[in-house]
Ligand binder design. Structure first.
Ligand code: COA
Length: 183
């Protein structure tokens, strides 16, 4: 019994501190991003470059280590119910490999509804990923991915067609913020 009180005494402030940090982070994102929908969950160690050109839909989950690189002249658009797993990277810009002078090149990236991007996958500039597509862990996506498609590898190749609505449970992703608020 006594142990329970001691562990509550230790763990409760940690739980509240984590909740507070998450709320501060979400508030920062609301202010800094071009737009941010309801119920998004943004973990620690998420890096946002040019956040004013990044838009997030409803219930987007950005796990630890995610990098969203937008540029001054290009946007990252992430639609509803998208999940980016650990260390996934979305890139819109880089150096023109053919230029003698290091010219900057950038192209927008669009990730449509209910896409799941696996851990450590990289989405390169100019790519659009269609609704309900899945990008396997560690893939490098160089071309557009059609809806309801699983791609994998470096460069990412077509693996199989996914059933329409296969990711439908993600359509009802819980509102993380609401749940956290209940704790
Ligand atoms: C894609 C994934 C979901 C598996 O889906 P699946 O429908 O069960 O696919 P399978 O395991 O049947 O694999 C199908 C093919 O894709 C290949 N494949 C699967 N994942 C791959 C990957 N990450 N990289 C390269 N190839 C991969 C398999 O080798 C298989 O190839 P084959 O047909 O030549 O044998 C899983 O491999 C994956 O990448 N998960 C991501 C996990 C993650 O990031 N978790 C973070 C927590 S949110």
């Amino acid at each position: 019994m006594g142990n329970k009180y001691v562990s509550n005494f230790v763990s409760l402030p940690i739980v509240y501190w984590r909740g507070l940090r998450r709320r501060i982070r979400n508030l920062y994102c609301k202010l800094a991003l071009k737009s941010m929908g309801k119920g998004c969950s943004i973990s620690d160690r998420v890096a946002l470059f040019c956040p004013e050109n990044i838009s997030l839909g409803d219930k987007v989950i950005l796990n630890d280590g995610v990098i969203l690189q937008s540029c001054e002249d290009t946007a990252v658009e992430i639609c509803d119910n998208v999940v980016l797993s650990y260390d996934a990277m979305i890139l819109t810009g880089g150096i023109d490999p053919t230029g003698r002078v290091h010219g900057h090149l950038s192209f927008p990236v669009v990730i449509k509804d209910r896409v799941w991007i696996g851990a450590r996958a990289i989405v390169l500039p100019g790519v659009t990923i269609g609704e309900d597509a899945v990008v396997a862990a560690g893939s490098v996506v160089t071309k557009d991915v059609p809806p309801n498609t699983l791609v994998a590898g470096v460069p990412a190749q077509f693996v199989k067609k996914l059933e329409a609505n296969m990711n439908s449970e993600r359509k009802q992703l819980p509102d993380r913020m609401e749940h956290e608020g209940e704790k």
